[in-house]
Design a protein around this ligand. Structure first.
Ligand SMILES: NC(=O)c1ccc[n+]([C@@H]2O[C@H](COP(=O)([O-])OP(=O)(O)OC[C@H]3O[C@@H](n4cnc5c(N)ncnc54)[C@H](OP(=O)(O)O)[C@@H]3O)[C@@H](O)[C@H]2O)c1
Length: 330
């Protein structure tokens, strides 16, 4: 069970420090998804105490939100959940574009409420900054939704510190959702300290680096159809071998020092960065959540952080970030 939670202004339920990520459950860019399996995964997550569920309209072009809505409608699970979705990406013929205009936001909130079968979104996040619209204008539009009670807390994703400053001049900011995991640490110089200083809840995305930190990834793993890992630069030779070597050494460290798996260690590594940290864990079936409880009840030491850095230095000659996921600007 989940034993660590965080309180968020405006949200009555404390938030579990592990959240279920439902991008893969949308199917698109992940080689498809099985709806029955996806529903079971979401329900299992809530039943083991993961109350934070993160989705987005663009995940499977509505499919992830619809699946989350179906799963939570059953068994009174909606009221046990802190439902986080996003706004401000649109798609035409499968092509995704940023659009944070107030008009688009007004349309999207209604679509999301319908798909999610709910009367409120607990955390409403701007998915990617859209430089063609003033941030203040977008923030004001979300502030309107907050005042109307359609959303309970406001968040941003993939925003810089300057963009978060601009937002906070006109509206409260409760959460921020950047990429963050042992292998993707671009936020450490600025966004992470900013978030911790301003007590923003951090929804760290890609917590297990799309499976690289699961302890199950191997050279022989095949990806099907439109799975983004066919293009993800970390999964291409020769870099893939470097990341797998790092994962092996990290797994040895976790086992030798704590008797824990790499997956539990990778999640703990995020949580111990600060009190407001949470980790979004993408799962496609209930069994992939078996190790959730292993991430709680222990803590990493400064020596562990140094050991991780040492392992990365020794193994990854050609590091690369998560930039390949960014949708086109404009
Ligand atoms: N705001 C943004 O721009 C943004 C961007 C990306 C993600 N996100 C959010 O963050 C969430 C998490 O990120 P993510 O889903 O991209 O990646 P992730 O959580 O790092 O990795 C998810 C993948 O890891 C594998 N996995 C998970 N548990 C496993 C286990 N126990 N054993 C073996 N493999 C396991 C599964 O892949 P396989 O089963 O296919 O191997 C799963 O699809 C997303 O779902 C989404 O909610 C947000």
């Amino acid at each position: 069970m989940i034993t660590e939670t965080i309180s968020c202004d405006g949200i009555p339920t404390p938030i579990s420090r592990i959240g279920l990520g439902t991008w893969a459950i949308g199917g698109a860019m992940w080689g498809g998804a099985d709806v029955v399996e996806s529903i079971k995964t979401i329900q299992h997550a809530v039943d083991v105490g993961i109350n934070l569920i993160d989705t987005a309209p663009v995940y499977g072009f509505g499919h992830s939100e619809e699946t989350v809505g179906k799963a939570l409608a059953d068994g009174g699970r909606r009221d046990k959940t802190v439902l986080a979705t996003k706004v401000a990406l649109e798609w035409v013929d499968g092509q995704v574009r940023r659009n944070s205009s107030p008009k688009r936001i007004r349309q999207e909130i209604e679509d999301s409420l319908r798909r999610l079968r709910t009367d409120r979104i607990d955390i409403y996040q701007v998915h990617w900054p859209d430089t063609s619209v003033r941030i203040e204008e977008t923030a004001e539009a979300l502030l309107g939704l907050l005042h109307e009670g359609k959303v309970l807390a406001l968040g941003v994703s993939n925003f810089s510190t300057q963009q978060m400053d601009a937002w906070r001049r006109v509206a409260p900011l409760h959460t921020t959702q950047p990429p963050y995991n042992i292998f993707e640490r671009e936020i450490e110089p600025d966004i992470l300290p900013y978030a911790l200083k301003h007590k923003l809840i951090v929804l760290s995305y890609g917590a297990i680096c799309r499976g690289l930190l699961s302890g199950k990834m191997s050279h022989g793993r095949k990806f099907e159809g439109d799975d983004l890992r066919l293009k993800d630069p970390k999964f291409q030779k020769p870099r893939f071998s470097q990341y797998l070597s790092a994962a092996d050494l990290l797994a040895e460290h976790a086992q030798a020092n704590y008797g824990k798996s790499l997956l539990a260690f990778a999640v703990r590594w995020i949580l111990d960065r600060g009190e407001t940290m949470t980790a979004l864990w993408g799962a496609r079936n209930a069994a992939q959540l078996d190790q959730v409880a292993d991430a709680f009840g222990w803590k990493l030491s400064p020596e562990d952080y140094a050991a991780v850095d040492d392992i990365l230095r020794k193994t990854i000659q050609d590091p690369v970030g998560p930039e390949f996921m960014a949708p086109p600007v404009g």
